[in-house]
Design a protein around this ligand. Structure first.
Ligand SMILES: [Zn+2]
Length: 388
């Protein structure tokens, strides 16, 4: 390997890039990528009410196929730095583990992507048989309004298209090679509102208590599963996360009751069919109850990158390096893959995720070497026989 991925990971961890700070991390990538011939663009996006955020898009090659490595250099705050065994931005190595905020999520994987690309570009004399890009945001852990969404639009506006994307989020529950994410469930928030008539608790006939109605509706919505799952997804799930009457007075029947909920839904639904399913169920349970559901806007739709040649290529490289056959999963929370999927097929594969966002975040240095070898094999195969 012509570039040392562990050294790169240490350099990146030492950049204190807590969202939305750039911290020197993108400048570092800029320098390394330009050094081997990538055309690098740094873009700062703004929006009222949100911090300005720097992002990076770099490309080498002009032809197809076009493989893009995606990720983020921002990190969550370290919390109580004194609670760490090794300082969160020192990038110490102890007992074969690299410690630091972002080691797992996801400066470690960015270092692997970069080292693999530098090595591949050197091996092909600076002329890949297609194009390699880096799409790196500084706004993934924050509100994510000045990050990947705008960067993708910015690249598309230049007329550039991707064929496939590998996002380096930490996907492995235990060991490198456990799991590729080939999709994510959708996420939808809503508030169930039941309206009654306020009144004196001693004269219930003169009032209409919305608590009775909301309890009936909530229990109906929790009673029946939304579906039984699908080929690549767990069953969809609705969870109520709060129930609020906001009534400070014990002898007054309240006029309104609200319950907030979140649904994680699979590919048996679209957002529209999901909403109408919930409303049908509520209507069926609501005799003489005045209710409505306020749906929140969502930018987290369900998606699936169907298994096929590209997923096989990635899984094959993982198996050769680690000896493990990765599970193809759609579990977990959302990620920036939900935005990338509108532009090209995307899969996620990175380091192990046990310590992400925790005190003493760390990864084995052997995994950084292993993941670099996996990405390097993917590049080799991808440009030898591009999957359709
Ligand atoms: Zn992440």
């Amino acid at each position: 390997m012509s570039a040392d991925p562990v050294a790169i990971a240490r350099d990146l961890i030492r950049c204190p890039s807590v969202t939305p700070a750039e911290g020197g991390a993108l400048r570092y990538l800029d320098g390394r990528l330009q050094g081997v011939g990538f055309a690098v663009n740094r873009t700062t996006f703004s929006e009222p009410g949100a911090a300005d955020v720097e992002n990076l898009y770099a490309r080498i090659g002009a032809g197809r196929p076009h493989l893009v490595f995606a990720g983020h250099t921002d990190v969550v705050p370290p919390g109580d730095a004194a609670a760490w065994t090794h300082p969160p931005f020192a990038a110490d190595i102890a007992d074969g583990m690299l410690f630091g905020r972002g080691a797992a999520d996801m400066k470690g994987a960015i270092a692997c992507q970069l080292a693999a690309a530098l090595d591949y570009v050197a091996a092909c004399g600076g002329k890949p048989n297609g194009s390699i890009s880096f799409l790196v945001t500084g706004d993934e852990e924050g509100v994510a309004v000045n990050g990947t969404v705008k960067l993708l639009q910015w690249v598309a506006a230049r007329g550039e298209k991707f064929d496939h994307c590998i996002l380096g989020e930490p996907t492995n529950p235990n060991a490198l090679g456990d799991m590729i994410k080939i999709g994510r469930r959708g996420s939808q928030n809503g508030t169930l509102v039941v309206t009654g008539t306020a009144g004196h608790v001693a004269y219930p006939a003169l009032a209409d208590n919305p608590v009775r109605g909301i309890v009936a509706l909530m229990s109906a919505l929790m009673a029946e599963p939304l579906d039984a799952g699908s080929a690549h997804f767990d069953p969809s799930n609705l969870e109520f996360t709060s129930v609020d009457v906001g009534n400070p007075t014990v002898n007054v029947i309240p006029g309104e009751a609200r319950a907030r909920f979140n649904i994680r839904y699979n590919d048996r639904h679209t957002r529209e069919t999901l909403r109408s399913l919930i409303e049908r169920r509520a209507a069926a349970a609501a005799e003489r109850v005045r209710w409505r559901i306020d749906w929140e806007p969502s930018n987290a739709d369900v998606f699936l990158t169907s298994p096929g040649p590209f997923v096989d290529l990635v899984a094959g490289a993982i198996a050769e390096v680690t000896g493990r056959k990765p599970e193809l999963s759609t579990t977990g929370g959302t990620s920036d893959a939900r935005f990338i999927k509108d532009y090209c097929p995307v899969i996620e594969f990175g380091l192990a995720n046990q310590t992400m966002h925790k005190v003493d975040e760390r990864v084995p240095t052997a995994d950084i070497v292993g993941l670099t070898a996996i990405y390097r094999r993917i590049l080799e195969r991808y440009f030898a026989h591009a999957p359709q």
